[in-house]
Design a protein around this ligand. Sequence first.
Ligand code: MSP
Length: 635
Amino acid sequence: MNKKFYVTTPIYYVTAKPHLGSLYSTVLADILARWHKLNGDDVFFLTGTDEHGQKVAQAAQAAGKAPQAFVDSFIPDFIELWKLYSIDYTKFIRTTDLEHKQAVQQWLMQLMDKGDIYKADYAGWYCTPCETFLTETEVAGRTEPPCPSCNRSTVWLSEQAYFFKLSQYQDQLLKFYEQHHDFIQPHARLNEIISFVQSGLKDLCISRSTITWGIPFPNDNAHVTYVWADALNNYLTAIGYMQQGKEQGVAKWWPVDIQVMGKDIARFHAIYWPAFLMASGMALPHHLLVHGWITVDGKKMSKSMGNVVDPIALAKHYGVDQIRYYLASALPVSHDANFSHVELTQKINADLASELGNLLNRMLNLAQQNNVTVLPEQAHLSANADNLQKACLETITNFTYAIEHGQIHVACAAVKQLVGQCNAFFHTQAPWKQAKENQQEFVASLQATAACLVTIAHLLWPIMPTKMTQLLQALSVPVIPHNDLQAHLMGAWYHTFHLTTCSPLFERIEAPMEQQQIPAQPVLAVEEIDITDFAKSHLVVGTITAVQPVPKSDKLLQLTVDCGTYGIRTILSGVAKHFAPEDLQGKQALFVLNLKPRQMMGLTSHGMMLSAADETGKLQILRPGNPVPVGTRLS
Ligand code: MSP
C-alpha cells in the first residue's frame, strides 16, 4: 500500500492579494507534495484562507464592503495565482466554509464539556494586525508596549472572554519537545519555543465579545471565536474532523506529516496548536517546517510595509518555474533572505540557461547534426560514465536526505553540483570530436548524458514541474511516480532514449525587471495648493498644562495649552475615547492656532490639536520627537 503524506500551508489572511511572501510558503509546500507524489505516496496537500477577525472586519469596513463580500473578492486572486504557479493542492479551505464553522463549534463544545475552556474577565494589550494579546514578558512593565512581532502599537482591551487552559499543558508540551527533537525543522527554532514555554504559559483567550466577524461561540452568541482557535483547526476540519460521515478522512490523513509556515507564526503552531490537539485527544503533527522571511532592504516583505513584490509581474518577466527555482534554491529555508532582481537574473542565467538548458540543447543538437535519434542502452560504461553514474546515485541520496529534512535549498545545491558534473563529463568526452572519430563512443557519451539528465530532471521536477516535464519529453521519458525512485532513476543508465526536438528550455534574461512594487494603498489624488496658502496656517508646538473632561461629552477633553508667545489657550479636542486626562497632561503636541474660535458643548475652543489614527483606529497625538520650546512654529 502507498504511504500517505499530508502537507499544509498556513491559511492566508484575505486583506490583500497574495504577494511573494505568501507564494514562498505555498511553493515550499508544493515542492514537498510533488516530491512525495513522485515517490508514489498518496498525497493530501491543503491550503486556504483565514477569513475571520478584527483585522479583516476593519479592512472590509475601510473598503466599504460587508465582510463576506470583501473576503469573497480576494479568493479568485489566490486561486489564480496558485494555478499560475502550478500549485497542485488537493483542497482549498476557507474558514467561512460552513463545514469548518460547524466543526469548530463542535470542537469548542467538546473542550467546554471536558473543562478545558472556561469563561472569565480579561484585560491586556492587544495587537490587532497580529490578532494576539501580548504576554507579560512582552509588555515588560511598559504603558504602551509595541507588538513584539510587527512593532506596531497595541490597544488596551478589557472584556469577558473564554479561555483555553493552556497552562495545564506546559509540562506535557515540554515533554513532547524533549521526545521529538525533529518536531521543528530547522532544529534551532525548537530552542526558541522551549524557552518560551519554560518562561510560563498563561491560559489563552480564545474569544472576543467586541467583534462580530467570527464563528459564534456555541450557546453564547455574544462571543466569537478568537482567530487562532478558529484558524488552526482548519488543518483538521479540512479532512472531515467533527463532520458526520467523514471520519474516514481523519483516519486516513491524520496526523499531518508536515506543516509549512513562516517564523512569525511558529509559536502558534508549536505551542497553541499541539496543546489544542492534546486537549482533543488527537495525535500531534510529525513536523513543522519553519522558514525565514523574504526581506526587501532588510525589512519583511509585507503589505503594510508597502514593499511587496507582485508574483504575477515576476512570472511574466522571468517565467514561473524560474521563480519557483529561485525561491527554492536561493533562499535558505532557515534564514531571512533579501529578494533581489539582480540575483534572480544571475541565478536564472547561470544555473538554468547556461548550465542546464544549454547542456540539453547541445546534446540534442549534436545528435541531430549527426542524424542520431536513438541512444541505445549501453552494456558497459566507460570509466568517466561510471563516475557520473556514481555521482547521480550520491546526488539522489543527498537530495532525498535534504528535502526530507526541510533543507530544500540544500537539495537544490546537490542537483546544481550534479549539473556541473554532467557538464564536466560532456566537455571531457568532447562528443563533437567523438562524432568524427568513433561513432560508438559518441553515442555512448550522449546516452550517459541523457541518463544523468533523467536524474537531474526528476529531482528538479518538484521545483520546476513544467520545464522538467519538457526536458524529459525531449528524451521521450514520461514523469511517472515510482515507489523506488532511486532504482527507477538508476535504471535510466540502461535505457534506450528516443530523442525529439526541444526549443531552448530557459531563455537568458537580458535585464532584471525594474523594481515594481504594489503600492501599499491606492494612491489618492489631492488638490494642490500654493506654498503661500500653506503659510497661512499657524502650526505651533505647545505643552498641555491641564486636562479636564467636558461635562456630558464622552468625546471631548478640555485642554489648557501653553503656546509660549501665543499665550495660554483653551483648546477642545475629541480624543476622550482614546486618552485619559493623565495620558496628555504635561505632554507636548502640535496645534493649529489660527482657526476661528469654535463653540462646543457650551465651551469655546481656540485652536485644534493634531492627531492621526493608527491601523487599529486608535488616535496618536502628533508631537516633536524631542521637546522643543513652546510657541515654536512649524517650518
Ligand atoms: N492567517 C495566519 C496563518 C494562520 S495558519 C492557521 C497568517 N496569515 S498571513 O497571510 O499573514 O501569512 C501567511 C504566511 O505567509 C506565513 O507563513 C507567513 O510567514 C508568510 N509570509 C508572509 N510574508 C512573508 C515574507 N515576507 N516572507 C516569507 N514569508 C512570509 O499568518
